[in-house]
Design a protein around this ligand. Structure first.
Ligand SMILES: [Zn+2]
Length: 407
């Protein structure tokens, strides 16, 4: 976790800082917050937005400092030139020791650009750490010569939901295709850059678009870390369905907020398109889901028709271009809970080309909770108790969806 933070923040800074050669040689430092309890065998990884000149990878430009002075750790540059790994110093880190990792602005890109500022990360090694391979127990002369493979932290596993998913050399759609995965293939993910997931392909770092994968956080529950857009339908001058004092936009918002609260408690990242009474265009809602790098999209609505029409129904678009099966599974899971747990009349799961779900690349559904025009449904839609049940049904359906393996 600490390592990721460092890499992440450095990356976001470095994306901006390669500038034409600076006249001043003096280094200004960007200081990162201290990290504590760092592993004694910690290898720092420094990620750059552009390939680094191999000549610049030396202990003049990148080094460690301890209380006793400068240390010259071994540095390795990745094949793509964008990552530098910093090994522990020759004598190893000391338990509880204070260190700083320095990256000076003399680190130049392959295009000859320098950084605007240097970077400095202070850290303390875990005071309770055991010295690796050391201690009194080891036999003299016994040396461990086994080469440890480069260890990368797996963040998530992704299972492909598209028939064919292109694997690219770099995290952009225009980058060279190095291969392809097919539906049901599972890959380990080492990092995320916006919508791009970093994987290993034929022993090399490569990227796939995360929209076409069902993700599962390493060591977490199925729903943990999922970015779920909860879209309360209508708003402001667009009230939606209205009958007998029930106003759809208000019901949608209340239930959406309750869903968001429940998802948060489960460790997911709910993202509301609106958390107050304001107007959003349909296209704005779809674009928003894209902008926030979401994994799932749920739009919440209530229905209106003649008095006798009643019940819940969940829509997906069978004609959209991606994640159709995922959308259908999600719709089915939510509908099951609305019927079984809230006692709504079962109108079924249906396909419709509603804008927010049809024009959405993510797994997307539109939930119609019930009819404001039906007395029984309206009583539920207006009740605090039932709104909570509705939100639980939707949340349980989302959890079921994430737990369902890709078929
Ligand atoms: Zn509506």
């Amino acid at each position: 976790m600490t390592a990721r933070l460092f890499v992440g923040s450095l990356l976001s800074f470095l994306v901006l800082v390669f500038a034409p050669m600076m006249a001043h040689a003096e280094t200004n430092w960007v200081e990162f917050p201290d990290k504590s309890n760092v592993a004694i065998d910690k290898e720092w990884t420094i990620t750059f937005n552009t390939p680094i000149s191999p000549d610049a990878v030396n202990n003049q430009n990148i080094y460690l400092k301890s209380v006793s002075g400068k240390l010259n750790p071994e540095l390795t540059l990745s094949n793509d030139g964008k990552r530098i790994t910093v090994q522990p110093p020759d004598d190893g880190y000391k338990p509880g020791g204070y260190y700083a990792l320095y990256v000076t602005q003399e680190v130049t890109s392959q295009l000859g650009k320098k950084m605007e500022k240097g970077y400095k990360q202070m850290f303390q090694i875990d005071p309770n750490a055991e010295v690796p391979g050391g201690g009194s127990g080891s036999e003299p002369g016994e040396e461990d010569t086994t080469e440890e493979p480069e260890e990368k932290t797996v963040l998530s596993t992704g299972t492909v939901t598209a028939d064919i998913l292109n694997v690219r050399e770099k995290p952009t759609a225009s980058s060279d295709k190095v291969g392809a995965l097919s539906r049901g293939d599972s890959v380990k993910i080492y990092d995320f850059e916006d919508y791009w997931a970093e994987i290993e392909y034929n022993g090399k770092t490569a990227y796939v678009h995360k929209t076409y994968m069902k993700l599962r956080k390493e060591g977490g529950t199925a729903v943990e870390g999922q970015r779920i857009v909860v879209d309360a339908g209508h708003g402001d001058h667009d009230p939606g369905a209205q009958y007998g004092g029930a106003i759809e936009k208000e019901i949608n918002l209340d239930v959406a907020q309750r869903v968001a609260e429940r998802l948060k408690k489960l460790g997911a990242t709910p993202i509301l398109t609106r958390d107050n009474d304001r107007f959003l265009t349909l296209d704005g809602r779809v674009k928003y889901a894209k902008d926030v790098n979401a994994d799932l999209f749920i739009s919440i609505h209530a229905n209106a028709a003649y008095k006798g029409a009643k019940g819940a129904e969940v829509f997906y678009s069978a004609e959209k271009l991606s994640n159709v099966e995922e959308s259908r599974v999600l719709a089915t899971k939510i509908q099951n809970h609305l019927v079984d747990d809230v006692g709504m009349y079962d109108r079924g799961v249906k396909s419709e080309r509603f804008y927010v779900i049809h024009h959405n690349t993510l797994p997307s559904v539109l939930v119609e909770l019930g009819f404001v025009t039906n007395d029984g449904d309206r009583a539920k839609l207006q009740s605090n108790y039932y709104r909570d049940l509705f939100s639980k049904a939707i949340t349980d359906g989302i959890v079921d969806y994430f737990e369902e393996p890709v078929k």
